[in-house]
Design a protein around this ligand. Structure first.
Ligand SMILES: Cc1cc2nc3c(=O)[nH]c(=O)nc-3n(C[C@H](O)[C@H](O)[C@H](O)COP(=O)(O)OP(=O)(O)OC[C@H]3O[C@@H](n4cnc5c(N)ncnc54)[C@H](O)[C@@H]3O)c2cc1C
Length: 379
């Protein structure tokens, strides 16, 4: 995909912003909200002012009307810069759901809020419903012109600071498990919601979320009652593209940091980057990063042109390729930096930790391989 000159300008503007505001670790840490590890409300506000949070939101809803390609550029550059606004991933997934299924009123409200900096969370996973989404049990029972929600969700990124949670709940029990699920918008501070942070090696952004008699009105349904499963599936390509853009950003950052280090560090009287044992491996990593980027932008363009089974297959391929590339570059980067790669003084160890989850969320890589092999006629 050849980027337009406007898209190249957008990338340059992002790079400029990132290096000015988050060029050093001290700068990045200076932004982070107390108690968070990778979230800054102030930075989110700055991006909102620049109009970038609405990059892929239509103009009539307060965005700048860009495409999946601009969105990919933004996520690649923000993650390359390790910018602490990781709530943007789930919020962007929520925006996609509203764009596809929201009513006019819901779109006008939610998309404007997202473009303005409101954090939104998406809550699908449950203790007994991970890869098997159809196993969702969290119940939303029809009552008094709305629904009463009871149940537990888990792994909900940024639910603890979300202005709104887009919840997938069971509104009816059907013989076929994939039926009877509905997407509901729930205010993050609704009475009866409790969030508990789950500590992870990547930080503390995920939560168990408990719903006890939480009431939402009938207007809280996003899309159609009973069609939640199909609606979530329709958004998966977009979510996987997002995850691919994040992976490319992390992979590129690990490569950047590795290159800077091996050019500087001397052993046996010469920079370690001149040893063939390292430089050929680094050349291989550079090839992997470039292939990952090309595939990701190809998928962004194809998704923009419209969904198709072939595009879904390529999206799954991009998700696998980019996440495994990010992991390989970060782990190889750590090895080639020796003890300094393992020390928290350098960013490489953080890149390793953050790369490891990329093959787990947005559909595990095993599930992506199921999709890919299934599309090749292997069932
Ligand atoms: C940091 C983080 C953030 C997350 N954010 C969110 C969020 O905001 N909202 C949300 O709803 N969820 C979120 N998730 C949940 C994430 O989507 C799930 O972890 C993921 O779908 C896997 O589900 P699971 O963890 O229950 O694993 P399981 O589904 O139990 O899988 C365990 C293992 O079995 C394999 N497996 C399962 N089924 C099959 C199969 N059919 N074929 C082959 N292998 C299989 C898996 O690939 C995996 O290796 C997040 C997770 C993490 C770690």
């Amino acid at each position: 995909v050849k980027l337009t000159s406007e898209q190249e300008d957008f990338r340059a503007a992002l790079r400029d912003f990132v290096s000015r505001e988050c060029g050093t670790r001290e700068q990045r840490e200076g932004w982070i909200d107390p108690g968070e590890h990778a979230h800054s409300s102030a930075l989110l506000g700055k991006l909102a002012e620049l109009g970038w949070l609405g990059v892929a939101i239509p103009e009539e809803y307060g965005g700048s009307g860009g495409t999946y390609v601009e969105q990919t550029i933004m996520f690649e550059e923000l993650y390359r810069g390790m910018v602490p606004i990781e709530s943007l991933g789930p919020t962007t997934t929520v925006a996609g759901c509203y764009k596809r299924f929201g009513s006019e009123e819901q779109k006008a409200d939610a998309l404007a809020k997202i473009a303005g900096g409101t954090v939104m969370a998406i809550s699908i996973s449950e203790p007994e419903a991970g890869s098997d989404v159809a196993n969702i049990a969290c119940a939303a029972k029809p009552a008094d012109g709305g629904y009463v929600i009871n149940g537990q969700k888990t792994w909900c990124s940024y639910a603890h600071i979300a202005g709104r949670i887009l919840l997938v709940a069971r509104t009816s029990k059907e013989e076929v498990r994939h039926r009877g699920l509905t997407i509901l918008e729930v205010p993050g501070d609704a009475e009866g919601i409790e969030t508990h942070k789950i500590p992870t090696m990547g930080g503390n952004e995920v939560n168990d979320v408990f719903f006890s008699d939480v009431f939402v009105p009938a207007e809280a349904v996003v899309g159609e009652v009973g069609k939640g499963f199909q609606q979530i599936m329709a958004g998966l390509d977009g979510e996987r593209l997002l995850s691919a853009a994040v992976s490319v950003g992390i992979a590129q950052r690990a490569l950047d940091d590795l290159l800077a280090y091996v050019k500087e560090r001397k052993q046996f009287g010469r920079p370690i980057g001149t040893f063939q044992a390292l430089k050929h491996r680094i050349a291989d990593l550079a090839i992997e990063v470039e292939c990952s980027r090309m595939l990701t932008y190809e998928v962004a363009q194809r998704l923009q042109d419209g969904a198709s089974p072939e595009t879904t297959r390529m999206t799954s391929m991009a998700k696998v390729k980019t996440s495994e590339t990010a992991q390989r570059v970060a782990l190889e980067g750590m090895q080639m930096m020796g003890g300094y790669g393992y020390a928290t003084e350098y960013d490489m160890e953080s890149l390793v930790r953050h790369s490891l989850v990329l093959s787990i969320y947005a559909g595990t890589n095993e599930i992506q391989r199921e999709i890919i092999s299934g599309s090749l006629g292997l069932r």
